[in-house]
Design a protein around this ligand. Sequence first.
Ligand code: GDP
Ligand code: MG
Length: 299
Amino acid sequence: MGTEAGRCGYVAIVGRPNVGKSTLLNHLLGQKISITSRKPQTTRQRVLGIKTEAAHQIIFVDTPGLHKDAEKAINRYMNRAATSAIRDVDLVVLVVDRTAWTEEDSMVLEQIQQSGHPCLLVVNKIDLLEDKTALLPHLQQLADKGQFAAILPVSALRSHNVEELEREILKFLPVSDHFFPEDQITDRSQRFLAAEIVREKIMRQLGEEIPYSITVEIEEFALDNEVLHISALIFVERKGQKIILIGEGGARLRSIGTDARRDMELLFDCKVMLRLWVKVKSGWSDDERALRSLGYDDT
Ligand code: GDP
Ligand code: MG
């Protein structure tokens, strides 16, 4: 094999909520960085996932889904973050869910085409397609929706076609030196990742009962005697949500803590002592200043 010039660039992964963007990112990276759940709006901030392989480095920008309903400050924030994520990249990967095409998909596509960047269309969750023969005609229909550099059916969850996607992505990145050290996998702090893990466990265990109105703040993050001591404060909007979150005799919160601690020990590769607290802070999701104080800041 001849020497191949190294490529490096930014790739935004966009699409409406719940199509599998975070799952795809985690599988592309081979490591869990972005949290996932069956509930839309799990991802609120963009996360950089950095994949360095031999001479190439791909810097992924996971975006919050774009929302039609931008009434609340938190939704406006997410729309701004997603739009700005599209602006400064070399390539946009638009993820859609199988054969469904919604108004929201059209809205996201419109934003991408306005950006002028090349767009790869990823048709995700094909493992759930019962009639595989329907796929080809459907891909042809999708091709008429916009200007796509390529269309790839994948299953992010089963890692099907994900390597092909990575090869396709590389073609669109400029020849360049790496922007990040090769052992760096994200630009997010460990504190941020810890908070996201707690949020993921809450979403998973209390999907329907707790709406989007929770946020997690890390109060303590300290390594002592090879044990990582983490205290996390969970903010909810209402007293009732606090009661649900804590559960009978504290059972729910303990179970969330157990799941979160397991993931943290894997990620940080050490023993973790985790303490969780719940606090009511009403109206935070619709208050721009409260959002900023909780770290939802535009950068
Ligand atoms: P996001 O909101 O676009 O980031 O979506 P997530 O990555 O959080 O995924 C939403 C849900 O879809 C989760 O329950 C995932 O497990 C599921 N999911 C994602 N990709 C696939 C896939 O390829 N196949 C199947 N069956 N489920 C998937
Ligand atoms: Mg996500």
